[in-house]
Design a protein around this ligand. Structure first.
Ligand code: PLP
Length: 394
């Protein structure tokens, strides 16, 4: 009955985990969630107030498909100031979340059978968005420290390769790609006539003084070949508001508008007005969130590494840690055997009331992704419970 395209899709493992958590909570269990990629902070007050005002002023009608002019101008200012990128408002398409912006870009660029290179581990939706667009996802492993491996890209390129789907700072690894590695990848893209969709939604969340670099900024030629994707969910704690955007050359931005025009029209009108304040009045709120995330990263990283058999890199961005848990595979507790990272996540959920997502969902078996977008108190408690549960595995 279902179309082949839809029948071929793997549902999101993170959403599946959220449903399991809800069931357990409904049954009265206390669950600590490290599974959801969502800031635990409230949306900054100036944005909420601007939304209320927009509603009172009746800003409740369709806007242009590409978004209100003031927001597209504000996005241009932001890209100039933060990323050294010069775009005109006609090159910006405002969409309902970065996820829709990603879909717009991939559908705009990908023909049936086109190959799309995706460095792994990767965000759960990339493979599925590419498949929905008729493309063929080609997984390109990163190095052991989750940095880009140029040789692996070179080897993966065929005459059908069209696009690279890049994400820095990265979900699920937290890796922040260096300027040098992006320059090298840019060269590979130019030599092989490839486009890049660069997902930069975690740009504001970098630590230890690390620098976020957009691959669009490494050369004029790369700016022409790159679709920058960004959004408000992670930087401004606005996950439920659903607002994101693309910046690209005019041909691609017209295509994004044409596609979005038939899918969802514009994004929510009063949310667009509210978002104007994100750029002007929220620097202090963002910096407070960033500092809190950095402190949590340091604490959780130390706790995970102190657990026997767990080894965890210390990434410089986003709000995720992705430890290697292979030492636990093959262990048992009673009749329960831990054969995969997914089994380990189910064990932690049942035994410790701790929710995290298995690496298989991000194309990286043998690992588990922990989001530290939770209070210090919950992180402390969650790590205590996890440590005690792991000690039961023989
Ligand atoms: C790498 C990455 N890109 C895009 C998104 C989607 O963001 P939005 O809420 O703006 O659709 C997420 C959300 O988890 C993400 O982790």
């Amino acid at each position: 009955m279902l179309s082949r395209r839809i029948a071929n899709i793997t549902p999101s493992a993170t959403h599946a985990m959220t449903a399991r958590i809800a069931e357990k909570r409904a049954a009265g269990e206390n669950i600590i969630t490290f599974s959801i990629g969502e800031p635990d902070f409230p949306t900054p007050q100036p944005i909420v107030e601007a939304c209320e005002q927009a509603l009172r002023e009746g800003k409740t009608k369709y806007t242009a498909v590409s978004g209100i002019a003031a927001l597209r101008e504000a996005v241009c200012d932001k890209l100039r100031k933060d990323n050294g990128l010069d775009y005109t408002p006609a090159q910006i398409c405002i969409s309902s979340g970065a996820k829709q912006a990603l879909s717009n870009a991939v559908f705009a660029l990908c023909d049936e059978g086109d190959e799309v290179l995706i460095p792994t581990p990767c965000y759960v939706s990339y493979v599925e968005i590419v498949k929905l667009a008729g493309g063929v996802p080609v997984l390109v492993p990163t190095n052991d420290d989750f940095s880009l491996n140029a040789e692996n890209f070179r080897r993966a390129i065929t005459p059908r390769t069209k696009l690279i789907l890049l994400n820095s700072p990265n979900n699920p690894t937290g890796a922040v790609y260096s300027r040098a590695s992006l320059e090298e990848l840019g060269q590979i893209a130019e030599e092989n006539d490839l486009y890049v969709v660069s997902d930069e939604v975690y740009e504001k969340l970098v630590y230890d003084g690390a620098e976020h670099v957009s691959i669009a900024s490494v050369s004029d030629a790369m700016k022409e070949r790159t679709v920058v994707v960004n959004g408000f969910s992670k930087a401004y704690a606005m996950t439920g508001w659903r607002l994101g955007y693309t910046a690209s050359n005019l041909t691609v931005s017209r295509a994004c508008n044409a596609f979005q025009g038939h899918m969802t029209s514009c994004s929510t009108s009063f949310v667009q007005y509210a978002a104007l304040r994100a750029f002007t009045d929220c620097d202090a709120a963002i910096e407070n969130m960033r500092r809190a995330f950095e402190e949590r990263r340091d604490y959780m990283h130390a706790r995970l590494n102190a657990m026997p058999g767990i080894s965890c890199q210390k990434p410089q961005g986003a709000f995720y840690l992705m430890p290697d848990v292979r030492a636990y595979l093959g262990r048992t507790e009673g009749t329960r055997t831990i054969a995969t990272a997914e089994d380990l996540c189910n064990f932690l959920l049942d035994e410790a009331g701790v929710a995290a997502v298995f690496g298989e969902a991000f194309c990286m078996p043998g690992t588990v992704r922990f989001a530290y977008a939770n209070s210090m108190e919950n992180i402390r408690l969650g790590m205590d419970r996890m440590e005690a549960a792991l000690a039961k595995l023989r």
